[in-house]
Design a protein. Structure first.
Length: 374
């Protein structure tokens, strides 16, 4: 239970909290922060079930809003990061284990999650101002996707906590953490004690792994569709880039010629790429994916985003990989892509990056050899 909500009873009490009930009744209209505030009110009423329900609904709403409601400005984008911080550090848990230990109660919970239909009204406020061109159909599809991901994981987790040996060890580990907050020194007696408890937990459940495949509800998001309003343009895809994943920004022709790019591209392609970049008001960005063995050759730089408030540059990319059923042999490659983008007032020396695989059917794997990353 990650959210800081205290409760001592398992079920709802007779002293129902009006604020808790209001959050439940209006959950389809609330944003993530409001759903988590409602969970806090239910916690004051010792209502573990609705704490758990509202916690999970908030997670689904948060993940959907962050992915689908694009910030209207760089200032507003910072607010998305703040929501992510709350989700990651405070509101990312599964709720109360007792809910999942009881089959009927957990089935009721999953049913309520499945039947939840959040609204996206014109005045909806996720916590930041967002661009108005919202694809409502895709927003609802993302709700379904995030719901399915969460339920899949909770079904797996239910199987763990219904195992008495696992559950007992888990509680023992929780008590140790409460008594010893903060960082645990590697190799200390406490670290060894915790490792032994984790070993018991793994042994009790046969090292059962959480789901690794995306549910069918998320298939719509696996197809890349370029943003028609994007201010960057992809120029080149290759297979003989650096041997480590990395994002870079180049501010001059000389900088490009002194980099690994000059060794990866044939001379004519290099000249063509450089001719498409006006370094007075543009930059060349690269995104390399490191060593791969099942890359299909389909690569997209999906976003190049500069935040003027944080003076940060982020580069995101997608790479197609052969699906599990594919019998095509593996082959080494070092995929990368290049794009031209507007030149920021201040170009960060070390851009951040986001890399994501997507299933791309069954195709011969691309081949290439690594270059020295200068």
């Amino acid at each position: 239970m990650s959210l800081a909500i205290q409760s001592t009873a398992y079920a709802s009490t007779d002293d129902e909290s009006p604020a808790c009930k209001d959050a439940i009744d209006n959950s389809h209209l609330l944003n993530a922060h409001e759903l988590w505030q409602g969970a806090g009110e239910c916690g004051k009423a010792n209502d573990q079930y609705h704490v758990t329900l509202l916690l999970l609904l908030g997670q689904i709403r948060a993940m959907t809003d962050m992915g689908m409601l694009k910030p209207a400005s760089d200032e507003e984008e910072i607010k998305i990061g703040e929501l992510y911080g709350v989700l990651y550090y405070q509101a990312g848990g599964s709720g109360y284990d007792e809910i999942y230990r009881d089959t009927k109660t957990s089935e009721k919970l999953f049913s309520e999650l499945q039947n939840w239909k959040p609204k996206l009204k014109d005045n909806y406020d996720p916590g930041w101002k967002y661009k108005p061109n919202i694809n409502t159909k895709k927003y609802n599809q993302m709700i379904d996707c995030q719901r399915a991901i969460r339920i899949d994981k909770l079904n797996w987790y239910s199987g763990l906590v219904r195992n008495d040996e696992y559950y007992a060890a888990s509680k023992e580990l929780d008590e140790l953490r409460k008594k010893n907050p903060g960082a645990i020194k590697s190799g200390s007696e406490l670290d060894k004690q915790m490792s032994l408890i984790r070993s018991r937990m793994n042994k009790a459940t046969g090292n059962a792994s959480p789901p690794t495949t995306q549910p069918k509800e998320c298939e719509f998001a696996q197809k890349y569709e370029p943003d028609p309003d994007a201010d960057f343009t992809q120029l080149y895809v290759g297979a003989n880039g650096p041997n480590k994943s990395k994002a870079s920004a180049f501010v001059s022709k000389a900088e490009v010629m002194n980099s690994w790019i000059a060794h990866s591209l044939p001379s004519k392609k290099l000249k063509s790429v450089l001719n498409q970049v006006n370094f007075e008001n543009q930059i060349l960005v690269s995104l390399s994916f490191g060593k791969r063995q099942n890359a299909t050759g389909t690569i997209h730089i999906s976003n190049v985003k500069y935040n003027s408030v944080l003076e940060s540059l982020s580069i995101s990319g997608l790479i197609g990989v052969n699906e599990k059923e594919c019998k095509e042999p593996y082959a080494d490659s070092y995929p990368f892509a290049l794009a031209v983008a507007p030149r920021p007032v201040k170009v960060p020396k070390y851009p951040s990056m986001s890399l994501q695989n997507f299933p791309d059917g069954c195709k011969p794997a691309m081949t290439g050899s690594s270059v020295t990353d200068k």
